[in-house]
Design a protein around this ligand. Structure first.
Ligand code: HEC
Ligand SMILES: [Cu+2]
Length: 354
């Protein structure tokens, strides 16, 4: 009886937990063409497996009831049958058909979804027709470079909706994996070769989701792997173009207050060696060893995970190692409250767009 209580509470607990999580962080709520096709494959294989289970259970129950030992016939030995051509052919052919039903669409879709032959298609002026984004994963943050636009950003991926976007993905230290559950993936980011695929962000679904999707690292990469999140701002094409122009014209704002001025000075002493505050992609990737902070004032999160508040920014600057163990910024710093305020105020003023 004791055990039953345990099992029951585990079951209830599991049921409650299934309702947890962020909205639009589920493969079961596809919000783009790729995720939808992956979801359909999921439905197909679940359907085939359910069919097999149901049929087997039905046969099993029928056999249990019909051929059980009956009263008064305890000593009766039933007819002994060995081998049946008909049955053996049936139970070989049926699984082959089921596997074909599973395999043909799965293999076909795997190749279709990995098809990047249109990635470098150019129009008559020699400009690439599709948007290409280079993703670089590092312990424990993400960088997004827009090679044709000449800009780079970190942590928040910004994309236009309702068009094919091609991604080239690498990692700079260890293997990570890029995954936006509602949109598609996962795909490994490797150190020694580049992977490519495309995704589509559905405009209507993006609207419903408040234009924000959630992305994750899906390959165990170190102690802060679980915190290696990123966000996707999926916006209509016109809005995306405005953002690109704003990023291209980004200039570090002149500090408006004495506090921000002080923050800028501390930043230039202690932080600029790692962090860039220009949105241009002029530096080589090896030199980009920390998130680009050009548009930090518009981030949805601090360091990819903390809610975007001044307190959290200060907390992060003082003790990044407590928030993301093993991260490559530093473990802890010794800034005064005043210096932290100054740094936070300066960082929050770094906006490409109001
Ligand atoms: C040794 C290089 C290094 C130095 C010096 C450094 N950082 Fe960082 N910083 C990093 C790395 C690496 C990350 C990414 C950490 C992660 O998310 O795992 C980071 C992340 C951040 C983030 C979060 C970025 C985002 O997009 O959410 C902020 C804010 C930040 N640093 C501010 C500072 C400030 C302010 C200073 C100076 C006081 C500083 N950093 C000094 C390497 C550095
Ligand atoms: Cu990871």
């Amino acid at each position: 009886m004791k055990k039953w209580g345990l099992y029951l509470s585990l079951l209830i607990f599991a049921l409650i937990l299934t309702a947890c999580g962020e909205p639009y962080l589920s493969t079961l709520k596809p919000a783009g063409e790729v995720a939808e096709r992956q979801f359909n494959l999921l439905l197909l294989s679940t359907g085939v497996m359910t069919l097999v289970i149901v049929v087997v259970v039905i046969i099993y129950v029928i056999v249990l009831i019909r051929f059980r030992r009956k009263k008064g016939e305890e000593d009766k030995i039933p007819e002994q049958v060995e081998g049946s051509h008909k049955l053996e052919i049936i139970w070989t052919i049926i699984p082959i058909i089921l596997i074909l039903i599973l395999a043909v669409p799965t293999v076909a879709e795997t190749f279709n979804l990995g098809d990047v032959s249109e990635r470098d298609k150019v129009d008559k002026d020699g400009n690439r027709e599709n948007l290409v984004i280079n993703v670089r994963a590092s312990l424990y943050w993400w960088e997004f470079e827009y090679p044709d636009q000449g800009i780079v950003t970190s942590q928040d991926l910004v994309v236009p909706t309702d068009e094919k976007i091609y991604f080239n993905l690498i990692a700079s230290d260890v293997k990570h994996a890029f995954w936006i559950p509602a949109i598609g993936g996962k795909i490994d980011t490797n150190t020694d070769n580049e992977n490519s695929f495309y995704l589509v962000f559905d405009g209507e679904k993006a609207d419903e989701a408040g234009n924000i999707f959630y992305g994750k690292c899906a390959e165990l990469c170190g102690p802060s792997h679980a915190y290696m999140d990123f966000k996707v701002k999926a916006v209509p094409r016109a809005e995306f173009d405005e953002w690109v122009v704003a990023m291209q014209n980004f200039e570090e704002p002149e500090p408006q207050t004495a506090v921000a001025q002080q923050g800028k000075e501390i930043f230039e002493n202690s932080c600029i060696g790692c962090h860039a505050v220009s949105a241009e992609n002029s530096m080589p990737a090896e030199a980009r060893i920390a998130p680009n902070l050009a548009d930090f004032g518009n981030r949805t999160r601090v360091a990819g995970i903390l809610p975007y508040t001044k307190e959290n920014i200060k907390e992060w600057i003082q003790n990044p190692g407590d928030i993301k163990p093993g991260n490559l910024m530093y473990d802890s710093a010794n800034f005064s409250e005043e210096e932290l305020d100054a740094l936070a105020e300066y960082l929050m003023s770094l906006k490409a767009q109001e």
